[in-house]
Design a protein around this ligand. Structure first.
Ligand code: FAD
Length: 504
């Protein structure tokens, strides 16, 4: 990092969010920016999750950037290597390499109210930026539960997002902890090779069939020759998911028939009534993410698999003890236990105008104006911030909406001119969140009778967007300056005798 380096914009993270921000900045004519990434390559989620069977669960033609269509997706739900390669290609196509700073983990970002800029400490040095776009990902810091005795385990332990490819599972006794989106992809991928697989299931998932198939050469050629056909395909995939939103957000009762389909999916593969009972959820479908798999249930029915219908509660050497008292001797433990979502670690590292960290500000729950701006953190915004997650569609749609908002935010700063910062008004943040939380009350995520990672420890849903992606697109088209305080440095204010808070 050059000494005293200053940039207009510092983007943190190089997953879909950070790379998308970089493309958008260049399109807005802004080239004075860097992308700070703690790892050694781009890709975020799709670099870190390389576990066997890892793939998207939203079809590839929708789970990709609208501005970077890829006619050659190999499958309807493409695998991690293809998605990672896609992001590498986006990086090259849009000339992002010169902006990337790898191995540059951000340790702290502090708003400098004198200089009107962010001071960003990274492991490689310090730089300053007028604006920070934080795209560190909602699912990027793996969570391993604090299990008593785990440190006494003599075997191999790893998290699904940090797969140890040097460790050969062949013939081993393996415990899979968790039954979320990663676990249901891992289980059928490793079951044929392991000696014994014990699945520790705290809560069973609803699993629907996955309409996964190879995209034929003819389809791909058509998409290459006539790009409008790929657009049409994307449009249909998007429209179907938009139509489902009402059931999730307003009429969870309508999801009952989907439960019947999921039960039929299970009954086809699981003939043992006792196992079926263990695997049948007791909450409304959709309350937790609906999982898609054709191979999960068949794998669980294999003779080398045990399903323990209780969470892991203790480890005694190589013996794993479940909450129901059952025990299993294993050689390796794979945690599919998710990520720090409502307690995202980056929040500890952002220090706002009053010297408080974002984590302190969010102690009562995460909240941000239009999912982007937190009060007291001028010229700082986040991509995939609070209440921008989706239960049923592509996060890329939400990211692109947030990029529209980011572009307008930067335009507004340019128009205002000089040393200037936008700080979300606490009242605007509160009003936005009240609206979001009011709409949340009827949703399946809040009423479906489950606890999920969508909810924070107080039971508030601070992660999911309770509407259609089109509604979010409209809400983030433009920055409403009335929702912000326009700040100027005090020296400039006294020189021009301007009011302390222009637009206040
Ligand atoms: C296994 C898996 C499958 C998924 N499948 C789907 C799917 O099918 N459809 C869907 O819509 N969503 C899916 N998701 C959600 C997915 O996370 C988002 O769709 C999207 O990839 C998030 O992009 P992002 O750029 O916001 O975050 P990430 O991809 O997580 O990227 C964040 C980046 O920030 C970097 N970073 C973090 N902290 C720092 C720091 N302090 N300093 C510097 N760099 C830092 C990280 O190293 C990372 O590269 C999936 C998630 C997982 C884990």
């Amino acid at each position: 990092m050059a000494e005293h380096e200053h940039v207009k914009v510092a983007v943190v993270g190089s997953g879909f969010g950070g790379l998308g921000a970089a493309v958008r900045l260049r399109r807005e004519g802004i080239t004075d920016f860097v992308v700070l990434e703690r790892a050694g390559s781009v890709g975020g989620t799709w670099r870190d999750n390389s576990y066997p069977g890892c793939a998207c669960d939203v079809p590839s033609h929708l789970y990709s950037f609208s501005f970077a269509p890829h006619p050659d997706w190999p499958r309807t739900f493409s695998g991690q290597p293809h998605i990672r390669a896609y992001l590498e290609r986006v990086t090259d196509t849009f000339g992002l390499r010169p902006h990337l700073r790898f191995d540059s983990e951000v340790k702290r970002m502090t708003w400098d109210a004198e200089e009107f800029r962010w001071e960003i400490e990274t492991v490689r040095g310090t730089l300053t930026a007028d604006v920070v776009v934080s795209a560190t990902g909602p699912l990027s810091d793996p969570k391993i539960p604090d299990i008593p005795g785990l440190d006494t385990f003599p075997g191999k332990v790893f998290h699904s997002a940090r797969w140890d490819h040097d460790y050969d599972l062949t013939g081993k006794r393996v415990a899979m902890i968790g039954t979320g989106a990663s676990a249901i992809q891992i289980v059928p991928s490793i079951q044929p090779k392991v000696g014994r697989l014990t699945l520790f299931q705290r809560t069973p998932a609803w699993v629907m069939p996955r309409v996964d198939r190879e995209i034929s050469g003819v389809e791909r050629a058509l998409h290459r020759a006539l790009p409008v056909t790929a657009k049409l395909r994307r449009g249909v995939l998007w429209g179907i998911r938009e139509l489902q939103v009402q059931a999730f957000t307003k009429h969870p009762g309508e999801l009952g028939f989907v439960e019947q389909l999921a039960k039929r999916n299970m009954a086809r593969a699981i003939k043992d009534p006792a196992l079926r009972a263990k695997l049948t959820p007791d909450y409304r479908i959709g309350c937790k993410r609906i999982l898609l798999s054709n191979s999960y249930y068949p794998a669980l029915a294999r003779p080398n698999v045990d399903v323990v219908a209780a969470g892991l509660s203790e480890v005694r050497g190589s013996t794993l003890v479940a909450a129901d008292g059952s025990e299993a001797e294993v050689d390796a433990i794979v945690f599919g236990t998710g990520f720090h979502v409502t307690d995202m670690p980056i929040a500890e590292r952002v220090v706002g105008a009053d010297g408080r960290t974002l984590a302190e500000t969010w102690k009562g729950g995460m909240e941000a104006l239009r999912g982007a701006s937190a009060a007291g953190f001028p010229n700082w915004m986040t991509i995939i911030g609070p209440n921008t997650g989706l239960g049923n569609s592509s996060m890329i749609l939400m990211i692109e909406s947030q990029l529209n908002y980011m572009a307008d935010y930067l335009r507004q700063l340019r128009v205002l001119g000089g040393k200037v910062a936008l700080d979300a008004r606490p009242a605007a943040v509160a009003a936005w969140n009240e609206r979001v939380q009011r709409r949340m009350e009827r949703t399946v995520w809040n009423t479906g009778g489950c606890t999920s990672w969508y909810l924070d420890p107080s039971g508030r849903n601070t992660t999911v967007w309770p509407g259609t992606t089109a509604e979010f697109r409209r809400a983030t088209r433009q920055v409403d300056l009335a929702e912000y305080t326009v700040l100027r440095p005090s020296a400039e204010r006294s020189a021009t005798a301007a009011p302390a808070q222009v637009g206040a």
